[in-house]
Design a protein around this ligand. Structure first.
Ligand code: AMP
Ligand code: ZN
Length: 468
């Protein structure tokens, strides 16, 4: 089956056909003024799954992810404080230091979640020149106007404004619901903001006869066009980006490049919500958000003894276009499900010829708009099947190219040559356990861990695992 993806633009599943040999993929990255939370990681894991599915289908992929380190204001529109300056005030460090710290933390987390790094990382502050050039092009083409606080995009000059979210024409007219300031139309947005008189900003540049900084949306247009060209295949983000950020990206990019559509497939991941037992405090049913103070980080999860990949495994159980309420209980059962998987395959024979029937069904599931719940169900059906373990293992290694659950590495950790003296400790411990000599058994477990190994007591007997 060919790859079908649900395109937000058409509201349909469509056959995926790339423009060129190499698929161009742009995913909106983190705003680095705070830790990323599990909600953010839901979106990044969905995007990573998409990328893995593309690779599984033998496409080559050029993946670009930005780092928003300037210009994202606290109300997501054109008012409020720059999130970076807010982070700087909160922590008493420079905005640049804040950006470096949270970028490094993000990169460490994504490695632990087995998210494949993008081909290109790009920071907004490294691409000021490109953003100024894009605003200048829009000015020259007559799509902008200037107010006392910045340069704005005039949405009435772009007839298909709002197409992505099917905004109705009457909603495009100036209304009273938003603070209009000097804006001419409700949906007009800042391309470039001027530093307010008397304001002390750490991040500002000289352009357009003022000191100022880029609007949030312009960075994604400028950088995606720079690295992927004037037209490219796929652009992703969370559903919260559809109505403002992505809608504005489309407007400014299509007007600047004259290409329609600028991006051919738009894919959006649904929210992770705060579950009933999701966090200290209230907020059940709300989106997990950085501003909400109710967010859970990967570090919190690890402190509770849960592995990052258990979170990945939990997410794979729900389709990316469905909302998911976070729950510690569900996460704990995902952890035991994952450990059960590792322990079950620990005794499988070396991989040989795989199970073609399962591989075909797996591909059909993932190619049906990333039906990962079905793909996981197939994985367990394979494990329970009568195929020889060498065939199962070969096929599981294939599946894991998409699942990203470290199946190969975990099998290897349990199937390494174990030194004799370690094996001896394992046997002694097993003997102590059978004799119900728990104290001795615990001592031996500790002694074992000093050698860099631990024992897993599985229903199939003890398994020796090399520690990482
Ligand atoms: P930000 O750092 O706020 O710019 O967000 C980074 C990414 O996380 C974006 O693609 C957002 O759409 C996404 N995101 C934010 N909150 C959530 C959530 N609760 N569930 C899923 N994705 C989210
Ligand atoms: Zn973006």
């Amino acid at each position: 089956m060919d790859l079908k993806l649900y395109n937000t633009l058409s509201h349909k599943k469509e056959l995926f056909e790339p423009l060129k040999k190499i698929v161009g993929l742009y995913t909106c990255g983190p705003t680095v003024y705070n830790f990323q939370h599990l909600g953010n990681y839901r979106t990044y894991i969905f995007e990573d799954t998409l990328k893995r599915v593309l690779l599984f289908n033998a496409f080559r992929v050029k993946h670009v992810m930005n780092i928003t380190d300037v210009g994202h204001l606290t109300d997501d529109a054109d008012n409020g404080e720059d999130k970076m300056e807010k982070g700087s005030r909160r922590e008493g460090k420079s905005a640049w230091k804040i950006a470096d710290f949270y970028t490094a933390d993000f990169k460490k987390d994504i490695a632990e979640l087995n998210i494949i790094e993008p081909t290109v990382w790009c920071k907004a502050t490294d691409h000021i020149k490109e953003q100024i050039a894009l605003v200048t092009t829009l000015q020259k083409k007559g799509y902008t106007y200037e107010t006392t606080d910045g340069i704005y995009f005039n949405t009435t000059r772009f007839p298909s404004y709002g197409e992505l979210v099917r905004l109705k024409k009457q909603e495009l007219q100036a209304g009273t619901r938003v603070a209009m300031g000097e804006k001419k139309n409700e949906h007009d947005f800042a391309l470039w903001k001027f530093t307010r008189p008397g304001e002390k900003r750490q991040m500002e540049w000289n352009a357009f006869r003022h000191k100022g900084f880029p609007g949030w949306h312009i960075e994604c247009s400028a950088m995606s066009i720079k690295y992927l060209g004037k037209q490219f295949d796929i652009h992703c983000g969370g559903v919260d980006h559809m109505s403002v950020h992505h809608t504005n990206e489309i407007a400014q990019s299509e007007c600047a490049t004259g290409k329609h559509p600028w991006v051919r497939y738009w894919l959006h991941g649904e929210f992770l919500l705060i579950g009933a037992d999701g966090a200290a405090g209230d907020g059940a049913g709300e989106k997990m958000a950085k501003s909400g103070e109710n967010f859970i980080t990967l570090a919190t999860l690890k402190q509770k003894g849960i592995s990052p990949l258990a979170y990945r495994y939990l997410l794979l159980q729900t389709h990316y276009r469905k909302q998911l309420a976070f729950s510690w209980q569900a996460l704990r059962s995902a952890e035991s499900g994952l450990q059960n998987l590792y322990q079950t395959i620990a005794r499988y024979d070396k991989p040989k010829i795989g199970c073609a029937e399962f591989e075909e069904n797996f591909k059909n599931a993932i190619n049906d708009d990333l039906n990962m719940p079905q793909a996981l169900a197939l994985m367990w059906r394979l494990i329970k099947s009568d195929y020889p373990s060498s065939a199962k293992l070969k096929t599981l290694f294939e599946f894991d190219k998409v699942l990203g659950l470290n199946i190969k590495a975990e099998w290897k950790r349990r199937n390494q040559k174990v030194p004799k003296r370690v094996m001896q400790l394992v046997h002694e411990r097993e003997k102590a356990r059978l004799e119900k000599n728990w104290q001795r058994s615990d001592e031996l477990r500790e002694a074992l861990e000093h050698t860099g190994y631990r024992v897993e007591d599985t229903p199939h007997g003890p398994v020796t695992v090399k520690m990482v």
